[in-house]
Design a protein around this ligand. Structure first.
Ligand code: HPA
Length: 252
C-alpha cells in the first residue's frame, strides 16, 4: 500500500494507563511536535500497522510521568492534528460503575459528564482566538464509535455499546459518596482523562471516540473494601491486550 508522507495518517491513538507503546508499528518515526500550547506528553510515533499509517502518543508520557491533571491535552490533540491525523481514538482506563461494567470489560461510551476543573479546555482561550461555542450534544463521533464496535464484532471481542463516561479530576480515586452521586447523575464509567481531550478534538474538527478499558469496580461498586493499584494494572493489562487486534480489525 502506498503511503509515507505523514499528511495521510489513517488513525491516531492516544494510549492511556497501561498503553505506553504501540508495539505493532513498523518503520516507525518519532516526531517531536512544537505546539503553540507547549510540549505534548512526548513524541508522536508514526508507523505502519496492517498497511495503514498510524500515529501513537502516550497520554501520560512513555514512562507514565504525567498525572491526569498535568497532561497537556491541548498540545497532544494539536500535535496529532498537525501531523495530519483526522481520526483519533482515546484509549482510557476507567472504573466501572454500572453492574455489567466490571474489571476487564471494554466499553465504547456515547456520552460524558465533565467533573474536572482547572484544565485548559479550549483552543479559544488564548489571546486573539475567535470565541466559538461548538455543539457537543454528542461528544463522540458516531461513525468512529461504530467502526470500533464493528471491529470488536469482527474479532469476536466482547464490547459494550454506549454508556456515560464521568471525567474526574484525579489523581486520587473517588469516594463512595462521589461515585454514588455520579451514578445518580447517570454515569456508567469513571475516568480521569476523557476530558478535555474529547472536546479539544471536536474543536479541531477531528473524529474522536473513546475506547474505555475497565480496570476496577469504582469505589463502593464491588466487594473490595479498597481498590488496589496492582489489581488495576493487572486488569488493565488483560484488557489492553485486545487493543491491537481491535485496531487492526478497524483498519483492515
Ligand atoms: N476512578 C477514576 N479513574 C480510574 C478508575 C477509577 O476508579 N480506575 C481507572 N481509572
Amino acid at each position: 500500500m502506498p503511503h509515507s508522507d505523514h499528511t495521510s495518517i489513517d488513525l491516531a491513538v492516544i494510549g492511556g494507563s497501561g498503553l505506553y507503546h504501540f508495539s505493532g508499528l513498523e518503520n516507525a518515526t518519532r516526531h517531536t511536535v512544537e505546539t503553540p500550547y507547549g510540549p505534548a506528553s512526548g513524541d508522536v510515533v508514526v508507523g505502519d500497522f496492517v498497511g495503514r499509517r498510524v500515529a501513537f502518543l502516550a497520554r501520560h508520557g512513555e514512562s507514565h510521568s504525567l498525572p491526569p491533571h498535568r497532561v497537556n491535552y491541548r498540545a497532544n490533540v494539536w500535535a496529532l492534528h498537525s501531523l495530519g491525523a483526522r481520526r483519533v481514538i482515546g484509549v482510557n482506563a476507567v472504573g466501572g460503575i454500572r453492574a455489567d461494567m466490571g474489571p476487564r470489560v471494554i466499553v465504547v461510551p456515547d456520552q460524558l459528564i465533565d467533573y474536572t476543573h482547572g484544565r485548559d479546555t479550549s483552543y479559544c482561550d488564548v489571546e486573539g482566538a475567535d470565541v466559538r461555542h461548538i455543539d457537543f450534544s454528542e461528544p463522540y463521533t458516531e461513525s468512529l464509535r461504530q467502526s470500533l464496535l464493528q471491529a470488536a464484532r469482527k474479532r469476536g471481542v466482547p464490547i459494550i455499546d454506549g454508556g456515560c463516561y464521568g471525567a474526574t479530576q484525579g489523581p486520587r480515586l473517588e469516594t463512595r459518596a462521589e461515585i454514588a452521586r455520579m451514578k445518580r447523575d447517570g454515569c456508567d464509567l469513571v475516568g480521569m482523562t476523557g476530558m478535555p481531550e474529547a472536546v479539544l478534538a471536536r474543536e479541531l474538527g477531528l473524529d474522536y471516540a473513546c475506547l474505555a478499558l475497565v480496570a476496577n469496580h469504582a469505589a463502593g461498586c464491588g466487594d473490595e473494601a479498597e481498590i488496589s493499584i496492582e489489581e488495576i494494572f493487572a486488569h488493565l493489562a488483560a484488557a489492553t491486550a485486545e487493543v491491537p487486534g481491535l485496531l487492526s480489525a478497524l483498519l483492515e
